[in-house]
Design a protein around this ligand. Structure first.
Ligand code: ADP
Ligand code: MG
Length: 304
């Protein structure tokens, strides 16, 4: 991973500080399995440098951006780079303080405390990914306030005080920019350093596609990357919604092409049909047909 950072052009002084961090903070053997081995790399030098600097300074991070801007990929990459075990903590209707911190349960006739992910992460110097934090309900917001407190002690009524390990960091993600996304309350936001996650650049998108599909033809590498940027632009100009601006869908569609489905069909499944509006689907199809011929087959898209 550190070599990847060098390739991305991250300042050597930051890399050295990461190495010092890793040497200084030990980790329990039983949690080594939690150090991620990322499938995807995050591309974007500026964001990397901002995130690394903030974490080195002991700050917690809030990553804000539209869907598929690599928020979770970056969070995972950061725990890998810092060599820390990762806990994923997601916020949904049923997330409450007991599911976050823990609860008393019976084991062999005895009451024992079953630790929740926030507890474990704080105790063992983990990186906690607070996924879609803006969806947190009141009960979990109270826990989050305590967890992100600068005193680094989680003090919630009904529990013993938990001291947060010096190596622990919390990285929250939040989708923003399309209908239905919720705001995050101000007091909680103020406990983070906030990074606005940019849309991936054309150059980095090509890197990503090529890494995923090494045998992609140069021509179609450019066309697929260009197609995604076209859709992004149309959405920014409010000509279409964000539904079809779907990078995950594009990657999945190329994968279907690799399995032999023609390009137009694969793109329908991965991109066009994400919109449920007839008119919008026609607009998206038009964008696609400008770059991708109908009945384009696998042997024209891939080199092998
Ligand atoms: N800058 C980027 N670098 C690497 N991958 C990216 C980037 N932006 C988007 N992606 C890709 O987008 C997809 C979704 O990433 P994810 O982290 O789950 O998005 P988010 O959490 O922001 O919705 C992944 O396939 C990821 O590789
Ligand atoms: Mg996400």
């Amino acid at each position: 991973m550190l070599n990847f950072l060098r390739e991305e052009g991250i300042r050597e002084s930051l890399i050295n500080e990461i190495i010092s961090f890793r040497n200084f903070y030990k980790i329990e053997e039983k949690f080594e399995y939690r150090i991620p081995n990322p499938k995807y790399n995050y591309y974007g030098k500026d964001v990397w440098e901002e995130a690394i600097t903030a974490l080195l300074c002991g700050e917690n991070l809030l990553l804000v951006g539209s869907k598929a801007t690599g928020k979770n990929v970056l969070a995972e990459n950061l725990s890998a780079v810092f060599g820390r075990p990762k806990w994923d903590i997601s916020f949904h209707v049923n997330t409450d303080s007991t599911s976050l911190i823990g609860t008393d349960t019976f084991e062999n006739g005895q009451v024992v405390f079953r630790q929740g992910p926030i507890y474990e992460c704080a105790k063992w110097g983990g990186f906690g990914v607070l996924d879609e934090i803006n969806m947190a309900k009141n009960d979990s917001v109270a826990v989050l306030h305590a967890t992100l407190d600068y005193r680094r002690i989680i003090d919630v009524p009904g529990y013993d005080k938990i001291t947060i390990d010096e190596a622990s960091r919390f990285i929250a993600t939040m989708n923003y920019g399309y209908a239905g996304t919720r705001e995050l309350n101000e007091a909680l936001t103020s406990r983070f350093m906030v990074i606005n996650m940019p849309n991936i650049s054309l150059e980095n998108l090509k890197k990503l596609l090529l890494r995923e599909f090494p045998s992609l033809n140069e021509d179609y590498l450019n066309q697929f990357a260009g197609l995604f940027k076209d859709l992004q632009l149309k959405s920014e100009n409010s000509e279409i919604s964000t539904k079809s601006v779907d990078l995950r869908g594009l990657l999945a569609a190329i994968n279907l092409m690799d399995r032999g489905l023609s390009a137009d069909k694969a793109l329908k499944l991965g991109i066009t049909n994400k919109s449920f509006d007839d008119f919008e689907r026609t607009l998206v199809e038009d964008v696609i047909s400008l770059r991708i011929p109908t009945n384009l087959e696998r042997n024209e898209i891939f080199k092998d």
